[in-house]
Design a protein around this ligand. Structure first.
Ligand SMILES: NC(=O)C1=CN([C@@H]2O[C@H](COP(=O)(O)OP(=O)(O)OC[C@H]3O[C@@H](n4cnc5c(N)ncnc54)[C@H](OP(=O)(O)O)[C@@H]3O)[C@@H](O)[C@H]2O)C=CC1
Ligand SMILES: O=C1O[C@H](COP(=O)(O)O)[C@@H](O)[C@H](O)[C@H]1O
Length: 524
C-alpha cells in the first residue's frame, strides 16, 4: 500500500493537490478553506506546487465556489491591500469539480484535474502528494474512500501520461513505489467517527481495508489548539509539576466546554448525536488523555498515542449517579428536532482512572450548549493544605487553570498575605495570559496547524484507531441507554449555568468552589 508515513528524511517538493470533499458545506467554508488560506499566506503552500480542488454534488462553477469562500477569508473592511491581493491569488488556486460520492465518474474527473496539475508542475515520478480532506457527513466515508482508492491515488496517472517504463504501467494505484520519493496519498476524516463502538469499528474496518493507518488522519480540532498542544510541554518540561501531578496532591480535575449559543441551524445533525458524541467523547476526552497520561518515551506520534491509549483503557465504567444530562428549554423548537427528543445538549460526568497515579481522583467532564458563557478550560484543584495555621481566614484550595479559549491563559490560584499591616490571607494568582505575555504573536487556528501536520506527515495530533475504539468503549453503554430513553435529560434555562444537579454532582465529587474570587483576564 502507499506510504502515508512520516517522511522525516525526505524534503518534500513537487506538486501538492489538496482536495476538499464536501466543498459546498459549512465546515469547508468556515474552517477548511480559511485554514488553507492562512497556510498559503504564511508560505506553507507554494503557488508553484499547490492546487486546491473542491469537490461536492452541488453544481456550481469555479467562481461560484470562490465567491462562497471569499466571505470567510480576511479581506473585508480593515484588510490591507496586501491581504486583498493574497485573497485573490489564493482563490485562483482553487478549482471545483462536481460529482457524486458513490460513482466513479466524478472521481475520474477529479483525478484528471489532479493529474493535469501534476503534469503542469513537471512532477517527478513518485513524488506527487495528494491530500483528501473529508468535510463530509461520515455516512459517505466508505464510498468516498472506495472511489479515491479506485480512481485517485497518486502515481499511476502520471506514469501513464508520460509513457514511462514498463514497471510503471503495471504499478497498481496506491503501490509503495513513490514512498521513498516523498509521494503519498492521505485522507483526513472528520468527527463524529461513528456513533458508538460498533459503528466506529465497522467504519474503521471499512476504511482500514482501503488505507493503511499512516495514511489516515482522524482529526480532532481540539488537539490543534495552542494550549492543548502546550500540555505535554507544561507537564514534562517543568520540574514544578512532576512531583505534584498525582493522587497525593490533586483532589479533582475538571475539563469544561461551554458555549453561549444553541444548536443554531445544526439541530438536525446535533439531535442524532448529542453533546456526548459531539464534544465529550472526542474533544474533552482527548484533553483528558493529555492531562492524565504518563510521560511518553519520546515525542514520536506512536509513543504519545501509546500512552493515551493506556489512559483510556484504564477508565472504569461510568456510574449513573455520576452523570447529569440536560437539555435547554426551546431546543425542540427547531423544526429539524423531534418534539419528544431526549438528546442531551448538556452533560456533566465523572470519569475515574484506575491506575497508580490517579486512583480516587475524579475527572469531571462538563460540556453544554446555550449556557451563560463561552469558554473551554482545564481546572486542576489541589488538596487542602494540611494543618492550617492561618486562622484568620479559611484557606482556599490551590488551583491550576489552563484556559483553552477565549483569551488563552494559564494561571495558578494561590493564597497570599493580604498586603497591609494585618496578617490576613487572600486569594491571588500567578498569571500567564497569552495576550499580554506574547503581544503581537498570532496564535494559529487549530485547523491550520493540523492541516500542516497532515502535509508534513506528522500524526502526533491525530487519533489512532485503537484510541478511538477505547474512547467509544467508555461511552457506548451510557449512549445506548440514553438512546433508549432510559437515562433522561433534565431541562435548563438557556443562558444559565446548566442544571443545578450538575453543580451538586461537582460538589459530591469533591470540588470546592472558592467564593468571592473570580479571575479576570488582564487587559493591555
Ligand atoms: N460544521 C462544523 O462546525 C463542524 C463539522 N464537523 C464535521 O465535519 C463534517 C462536515 O460538516 P459540515 O460541513 O457541517 O456538513 P454539511 O452538512 O454542511 O455537509 C457538507 C457537504 O456534504 C454534502 N452532504 C450533506 N449531507 C449529505 C448526505 N446526506 N449525503 C451526501 N452528501 C451530503 C453536501 O454537499 P453536496 O450536497 O454539494 O454534495 C454538503 O455541502 C461532518 O463530519 C461534521 O460532523 C466537525 C467539526 C465542526
Ligand atoms: O466539534 C465541534 O466543535 C464546535 C466548538 O469548537 P470550538 O473550537 O469553537 O470550541 C462546536 O460548536 C460543535 O458543536 C462541534 O461539532
Amino acid at each position: 500500500m502507499a506510504s502515508g508515513g512520516n517522511n522525516e528524511n525526505v524534503t518534500e517538493t513537487g506538486s501538492l493537490s489538496i482536495v476538499v470533499l464536501g466543498a459546498s458545506g459549512d465546515l469547508a467554508k468556515k474552517k477548511t478553506f480559511p485554514a488553507l488560506f492562512n497556510l498559503y499566506r504564511q508560505g506553507f503552500l507554494h503557488p508553484d506546487e499547490v492546487c486546491i480542488l473542491g469537490y461536492a454534488r452541488t453544481k456550481i462553477s469555479n467562481d461560484e465556489l470562490r465567491n462562497r469562500i471569499r466571505g470567510y477569508l480576511p479581506h473585508g473592511k480593515g484588510a490591507s491591500n496586501d491581504q486583498a491581493e493574497d485573497v485573490s491569488k489564493f482563490l485562483q488556486l482553487i478549482k471545483y469539480v462536481s460529482g457524486s460520492y458513490d460513482s466513479e465518474e466524478g472521481f475520474r474527473s477529479l483525478d484528471k484535474e489532479i493529474s493535469a496539475h501534476e503534469l503542469l508542475k513537471h512532477t517527478a515520478v513518485g513524488s506527487s502528494r495528494r491530500l483528501f480532506y473529508f468535510a463530509l457527513p461520515p455516512s459517505v466515508y466508505p464510498s468516498v474512500c472506495k472511489m479515491i482508492k479506485n480512481c485517485c491515488m497518486n502515481e499511476c496517472m502520471i506514469r501513464l501520461h508520460r509513457g514511462l517504463d514498463a514497471l510503471a504501467l503495471w504499478t497498481p494505484r496506491g503501490s509503495d513505489i513513490g514512498a521513498d520519493r516523498g509521494g503519498w496519498t492521505r485522507i483526513v476524516v472528520e468527527k463524529p467517527f461513528g456513533k458508538d463502538l460498533e459503528s466506529a469499528e465497522q467504519l474503521s474496518t471499512q476504511i482500514g481495508e482501503l488505507f493503511d493507518e499512516p495514511q489516515i488522519y482522524r482529526i480532532d480540532h481540539y488537539l490543534g489548539k495552542e494550549l492543548v498542544q502546550n500540555l505535554l510541554v507544561l507537564r514534562f518540561a517543568n520540574r514544578f509539576f512532576l512531583p505534584l501531578w498525582n493522587r497525593d496532591n490533586i483532589d479533582n480535575v475538571q475539563i469544561v466546554f461551554r458555549e453561549d449559543f444553541g444548536t443554531e441551524g445544526r439541530g438536525g445533525y446535533f439531535d442524532q448525536y448529542g453533546i456526548i458524541r459531539d464534544i465529550i467523547q472526542n474533544h474533552l476526552l482527548q484533553v483528558l488523555c493529555l492531562v492524565a497520561m504518563e510521560k511518553p518515551v519520546s515525542l514520536k506520534p506512536e509513543h504519545i498515542r501509546d500512552e493515551k491509549v493506556k489512559v483510556l483503557q484504564s477508565v472504569i465504567p461510568l456510574k449513573d449517579e455520576e452523570v447529569v444530562l440536560g437539555q435547554y428549554d426551546g431546543y425542540t423548537e427547531d423544526p429539524t428536532v423531534p418534539d419528544n427528543s431526549n438528546t442531551p445538549t448538556f452533560a456533566t460526568m465523572v470519569l475515574r482512572i484506575h491506575n497508580e497515579r490517579w486512583e480516587g481522583v475524579p475527572f469531571i467532564l462538563k460540556a453544554g450548549k446555550a449556557l451563560n458563557s463561552r469558554k473551554a478550560e482545564i481546572r486542576v484543584q489541589f488538596k487542602d493544605v494540611p494543618g492550617d495555621i492561618f486562622r484568620c481566614q479559611k484557606q482556599s484550595r490551590n488551583e491550576f487553570v489552563i484556559r483553552l479559549q477565549p483569551s488563552e491563559a494559564m494561571y495558578m490560584k494561590l493564597t497570599v498575605k493580604q498586603p497591609g499591616l494585618e496578617m490576613s490571607t487572600i486569594q491571588s494568582e500567578l498569571d500567564l495570559s497569552y495576550g499580554q505575555r506574547y503581544q503581537g504573536v498570532p496564535i494559529p487556528e487549530a485547523y491550520e496547524r493540523l492541516i500542516l501536520d497532515t502535509i508534513r506527515g506528522d500524526q502526533q495530533h491525530f487519533v489512532r484507531r485503537d484510541e478511538l475504539k477505547a474512547a467509544w468503549e467508555i461511552f457506548t453503554p451510557l449512549l445506548h441507554r440514553i438512546d433508549r430513553g432510559e437515562v433522561k435529560s433534565v431541562s435548563y434555562k438557556p443562558g444559565s449555568r446548566g442544571p443545578v444537579e450538575a453543580d451538586q454532582l461537582l460538589e459530591r465529587a469533591g470540588y470546592v468552589q472558592t467564593h468571592g474570587y473570580i479571575w479576570i483576564p488582564p487587559t493591555l
